[in-house]
Design a protein around this ligand. Structure first.
Ligand code: SF4
Length: 117
């Protein structure tokens, strides 16, 4: 990582990993760092790291996804209706707040929510 402009390096490597150097199908012919790539030079050895996956169930992301999916399937829903979709009401309240801040849903009169129009 460079000492200067590390944020640019971080963004660039994330883009490289997302678009060019995917683990399942690296597109080496398009890669800007092909001449420096040891993984390719060594024949793409398998990683010895054990990948940890985040348990999706019960997470804030899952709660937010549940709300957005319900609003996709309905023109609008009340807060009470949305709270019935998830076991933790406080997590729904938090998800509604952050979804509004992220402009992924809209609050409309009478404590109803909908997708942006
Ligand atoms: S050359 Fe290396 S870094 Fe570039 S895409 Fe291929 S494997 Fe990934």
């Amino acid at each position: 990582m460079p000492n200067k402009d590390a944020h640019i390096w971080a963004a660039a490597t994330m883009e490289l990993g997302a678009l060019v150097c995917t683990s399942a199908n690296p597109k080496c012919e398009l890669c800007p760092v092909i001449s420096q790539c040891n993984w390719r030079k060594n024949g793409y050895p398998k990683s010895e790291l054990i990948r940890k996956s985040q348990d999706w169930h019960g997470t804030d992301r899952k709660c937010r996804g549940t709300i957005v999916q319900a609003l996709r399937e309905n023109e609008s829903l009340t807060e009470n209706a949305l709270k019935k979709l998830w076991p933790d009401e406080s997590q729904v309240e938090k998800a509604l707040k952050t979804l509004i801040e992220d402009q992924l849903i809209q609050a409309i009169p009478r404590q109803r929510y909908r997708l942006p129009q």
